[in-house]
Write a new protein. Structure first.
Length: 441
């Protein structure tokens, strides 16, 4: 058998395999001989059918089967020996003139290759590593929020300025039907808040989404609309009042502090504010890391140029998965996944060039840290090592979880490399400023 690679361009090749009679003759004859005692042809006793008739009846399907086996095995071995970095899997080319009766059987496979490219992690950039701080205003608001959360709700008949109102925001056309508990201070315009004053349970207040809150992104939380929809959204939504409550604020005492943070960990209002600031900034740091990773991804994709075997991958996408895709569906899927594929190649090169490997110990350490963080959010601030190790073992016994966590570990390593090489500038901002920066405003 003759096998060769034919280059089309840097990322597309064809593998041409020429199969001759000797490549499959012996196995075909063996299979026919095995058929002889079992063959049945009208006019002949079983086992007494002449060999030429057996070959005529079974020869072609046996030949096709054996040739395909030879081709598949040879292709697999060839790809291993050539150490090709493939994208997708080989696709057989259809030859309308192909004949199984030819002396030489020629099979061609299209392949897509991962591109060669230069990666410059130290390239000049304007990426910002945000240090997000909890300002005094946010901390004071959180103190009041805690007092209200653990305070005593006092049902009311009519809405007053300081009361909380529970109900449902709705807009049939936009499919909005979201329950919400709000205080009137949430609204940007006092005129909007004034519409609620004096209303009772069952009353409906209609508000417009344009300029409803200080930050349009609050529409995402309150109305559950997408980020793409919130900017410039100008629709009327009805709020049906279902419950009205005043609140007797909880006293800031040791009993409340112990309930929130464990016995003796917080002993005063000042301690509480310090704790609120610490906890908030831990969460902000996680969000800032996510934004940094997103910005790094976009920067590297934009500034690392290489070609992909796009047309090959679109054809390949039509053949994989339980549901076969049409050319149009494959086009859409490729557009959706191209950015991720590009970054996957960039990420792999960065890790390889910096000799970074992901070990099982890395995975255990990362998982342990994540579990401790989750437990702390639910008040378990001092779990034992045995408790954490038991949870880690259960989590890592799930292959889907291992895959998901491994991807996070890789992202963490990648971010570490970029921080070291590219040295993004640090900027201290409030949370409100960070949110505005995150959404490009």
């Amino acid at each position: 058998m003759d096998i060769k690679r034919v280059a089309i361009d840097a990322v597309n090749e064809t593998i041409v395999m020429t199969v001759v009679h000797m490549d499959y003759k012996g196995q075909v004859q063996k299979r026919i001989n095995e058929k002889m005692p079992l063959a049945t042809v009208k006019g002949f006793r079983k086992g007494a059918v002449p060999k030429d008739l057996v070959e005529k009846q079974y020869g072609r399907p046996i030949k096709i089967e054996e040739v395909n086996k030879v081709v598949e095995l040879a292709l697999s071995r060839f790809l291993q020996s050539e150490r090709l970095n493939l994208l997708g899997t080989p696709l057989p080319k259809i030859d309308e003139n192909f004949s199984w009766d030819a002396e030489e059987l020629v099979f061609e496979y299209e392949i897509g290759l991962a591109p060669e490219f230069q990666l410059d992690l130290e390239a000049k950039n304007d990426i910002v590593k945000y240090l997000v701080t909890a300002d005094d205003k946010m901390i004071e608001e959180q103190v009041v929020r805690i007092q209200k959360q653990f305070g005593k709700a006092i049902p009311q008949d009519v809405v007053a300025e300081s009361y909380d109102v529970s109900g449902t925001f709705s807009n049939v056309e936009k499919g909005i039907d979201e329950k919400s508990k709000i205080s009137l201070s949430i609204f940007k315009d006092k005129k909007t808040a004034d519409q609620f004053i004096g209303k009772k349970v069952g009353d409906v207040v209609t508000v417009n989404t344009k300029g409803l809150f200080e930050d349009d992104h609050q529409l995402m939380d309150v109305l559950k609309v997408s980020h793409d929809d919130v900017h410039g959204l100008e629709i009327d939504v009805d709020f049906t009042i279902e419950e009205i409550n005043g609140t007797e604020l909880a006293e800031l005492n040791q009993e409340l502090f112990d309930k929130l943070f464990g016995e003796g960990n917080v002993a005063s209002l000042e301690d509480l504010k310090v704790k609120i600031k610490e906890d908030a900034e831990i969460q902000f740091a996680q969000q800032a890391e996510q934004k940094l990773m997103s910005d790094v991804t976009d920067f590297l994709i934009e500034n690392t140029k290489f070609d992909l075997p796009a047309e090959f991958l679109k054809k390949w996408l039509q053949t994989v998965g339980e549901k076969k895709l049409s050319p149009e569906e494959a086009e859409v899927e490729y557009a959706r996944s191209e950015k991720g594929l590009r970054f996957q190649l960039i990420e792999g090169k960065a890790l390889a060039e910096n000799n970074i490997q992901i070990t099982f110990e890395d995975l255990k350490t990362f998982t342990s840290k994540a579990i401790k963080s989750q437990m702390a959010q639910f008040g378990q601030t001092n779990p034992t090592d045995a408790e954490v190790e038991g949870i880690v073992a259960r989590v890592l016994s799930n292959q889907e979880e291992v895959k998901r966590l491994s991807e996070q570990v890789v992202s963490e390593k990648m971010l570490g490399i970029f921080k070291e090489k590219a040295n993004p500038k640090t900027k201290e901002v409030t949370y409100d400023a960070f949110i505005a920066a995150s959404y490009g405003e």
